[in-house]
Design a binder for this molecule. Structure first.
Ligand SMILES: [Fe+2]
Length: 289
């Protein structure tokens, strides 16, 4: 199993798929039938709210007051690279152990890894590194979703969700109540023409404890009036599992390196197909905003 991909890139061979707004962040939308629950789950991934529903035999989902502090710390400000430096950096990663990525990275990605190393907390069992080098036309999206969301939510896809008539449930309340187990993330992007949006201030929201997707959440966040900011080119920002953000369409043509580090207690083994499709860009039929 490979967690890195070395490739010569040019604008003409950039892989493009139709945008559906349904996709998963790690590129695979493949639906597997629900299996039995995993045993020996890390505290970080425990769906403690869902466990309470199942113990009581209840399937009617209650709402609660969620709190999103939207922490977003500046770790490092790196010089803006040229378009050629981004295009020619060579190797991209998907759930690659952080230290392994340092051995394989091209010069630009290596500078990002060195910056992120300063921001590592060392408080979780694993540190993983993801990166993408993508060429956008105006309107393209870097992932197949532009919904407001939080990263690494506690998503349950096993047989425990079947009584609720859905294929997946995100246990929002469990992450909120057990914030000390949240993964810690850092993100970088090389250029500002396809900048991730972040909420710029705390958000309190009455919402369901368990949600099947982020559609209604996205609408509620938009309606909240909390100001938004764009991830500035060249910066590394650190955040956690309660930081609301979303992908935005490219405003102009060009290359972008995006990278993310996740400190987590959960071990990840991506399959080969994920790394292959990880750099795909998604083109809407009509502009999404
Ligand atoms: Fe995200």
């Amino acid at each position: 199993m490979s967690t890195s991909l070395s490739k010569v890139r040019n604008a003409e061979t950039q892989s493009v798929e139709p945008f559906t707004n349904e996709g998963a962040y790690h590129g695979s939308t493949e639906q597997k039938p629900p299996g039995p629950p995993e045993t020996d789950v890390a505290e970080e991934k425990r769906a403690t709210t869902l466990e309470r529903y199942l113990a009581r035999g209840v399937t009617e989902i209650e709402s609660f007051e969620a709190n999103f502090p939207n922490r977003l710390e500046l770790v490092e400000r790196l010089p803006a690279p040229s378009q050629e430096q981004v295009r020619d950096d060579g190797v991209t990663f998907c759930w690659c152990p952080f230290e392994e990525a340092i051995e394989l990275a091209g010069p630009l990605t290596l500078s990002v890894l060195m910056g992120m190393r300063n921001g590592l907390t060392g408080t979780r069992r694993y540190a993983y590194f993801d990166s993408k080098i993508q060429y956008f036309l105006p309107g393209d999206l870097p992932v197949d979703s532009c919904l407001r969301h939080v990263d690494e939510s506690i998503a349950v896809r096993d047989t425990r969700v079947l009584p609720f008539g859905v294929k997946v449930l995100h246990d929002i309340r469990a992450r909120q109540e057990r914030q000390r187990y949240s993964p810690i993330l850092q993100a970088y992007q090389s250029s500002g023409h396809c900048a991730t949006g972040f909420l710029d201030g705390p958000l309190r929201l009455r919402m369901p404890e368990l949600i099947p997707n982020f559609r209604a959440f996205d609408a509620a966040v938009r309606a909240s009036g909390v100001p938004e900011i764009a991830h500035e080119a060249g910066t590394i920002r650190r955040y956690d599992g309660r930081t609301v953000h979303w992908a935005t369409p490219a405003t102009s043509a060009g290359w972008r390196l995006w990278a993310r580090c996740v400190e987590t207690d959960v071990e990840h083994h991506p399959n080969a197909s994920v790394i292959e499709c990880y750099g795909t860009v998604f083109r809407p039929r009509r502009p999404v905003f």
